[in-house]
Write a new protein. Structure first.
Length: 303
């Protein structure tokens, strides 16, 4: 049995690992990947110490720092559940492996919210993307649809009108992003905005070739010929492994107090998966550090 299991390898998880190692805890880090959402970020201008750094480069530096310490890291592990057992917790992976520890930190972050329409799953990575920042350049010179009405969607539109032949912005509601962004994109000659429209399906055999949308008021349907669909409708917390074990808020985020404690003794959480506001790398890293220090205190009390 380990002393501590850290589930998640984004900024919160990697920082927690460094702090746990410096407290000489016998810790295991389990994660699907290294870096989490930071891998999808091109230019980061608000992580202290760097005026501008690309996401993958920052993650490389984080990983190098973690590897300075004797932390047991198992990457490529998808934790399906974490349950309470006598004397601690047991993490089960989708490959049916189990790992036990006296304490645990959940740092599983967030993932893009899917549209849940026909064609989406089949064409994921074949013209359907959830990261305009990462994949936008693949659609240069093409017609694309950006789905969403908030800041992420507007930022995607702002990037795409500069490189795509035409951009269709499809939003279920009126635009909810910042007025400054709305004003910035509105005048683009190659942009058509469909407000209060829903996406019914994404079509294409091997690659996306179009979408069908419907006006919520008139119910009139329309087909748009596009080679890319950039879905920017928000993120959802990866709290499924602890559903039913800890209290989640109405957004599905893990409720934590300012010591990163959940309502289960010995179970801590940090970063974007938690109720802590302001989802940023610097915040996730700071919270990850706090969670590891609190876990250390908890283990000291256990004796
Ligand atoms: C496009 C984009 C641009 C952004 N730009 C910026 C920016 O410029 N500046 C900034 O400060 N922030 C930015 N952010 C936000 C920032 O990336 C997040 O706040 C930060 O990554 C959160 O870190 P985290 O460790 O909590 O979670 P994540 O980064 O989401 O990492 C979660 C980790 O948990 C793992 N995981 C998830 N579920 C499981 C499971 N079941 N089993 C095992 N492992 C699991 C994942 O593989 C991943 O390694 C951006 C986000 C996006 C999406």
């Amino acid at each position: 049995m380990y002393e501590l299991i850290i589930i998640g390898g984004g900024p919160a998880g990697m920082t927690a690992a460094v702090y746990a190692a410096r407290k000489k805890l016998d810790a295991l880090l389990l994660s699907k990947d290294v870096g989490g959402q930071v891998n999808w970020t091109l230019g980061i201008e608000n992580y202290m110490g760097y005026q501008l750094i690309e996401g993958p480069e920052l993650i490389k530096k984080f990983e190098e720092q973690v590897k300075q310490f004797p932390i047991d890291m198992k990457i490529g592990e998808d934790v399906s559940s974490l349950s309470r057992i006598k004397g601690g917790f047991e993490a089960k992976t989708d490959g049916a492996k189990t790992y036990q520890a006296k304490a645990a930190i959940i740092v599983t972050g967030k993932r893009p919210r899917p549209l849940n329409v026909p064609g989406e799953e089949k064409l994921r990575g074949r013209g359907v993307t959830y990261c305009a920042t990462c994949d936008g350049p693949l659609f240069a010179g093409m017609k694309v649809a950006v789905i969403g009405g908030g800041n992420s969607a507007l930022e995607a539109v702002d990037d795409m009108v500069k490189i795509a032949e035409h951009v269709y912005l499809v939003s279920l509601t009126q635009l909810t992003g910042d007025q400054i962004l709305i004003d910035k994109v509105k005048g683009a000659g190659n942009l058509t905005i469909f407000l209060e429209h829903e996406v019914l399906e994404i079509s294409g055999e091997k690659l996306v070739d179009g979408i069908k949308i419907r006006n919520l008021k008139t119910k009139r349907e329309k087909e748009l010929e596009v080679g890319g669909v950039l879905i920017e409708i928000g993120l959802i917390p990866n709290s499924d492994p602890v559903k039913g074990v800890v209290t989640l808020n109405r957004l599905g985020e893990i409720e934590v107090n300012c010591n990163n404690e959940t309502d289960v003794p010995g179970l801590f959480a940090a970063g974007d998966v938690t109720s802590v506001p302001e989802k940023q790398i610097v915040v996730a890293a700071g919270e990850g550090a706090k969670a590891a220090l609190q876990a250390h205190r908890y283990l000291q009390r256990l004796g």
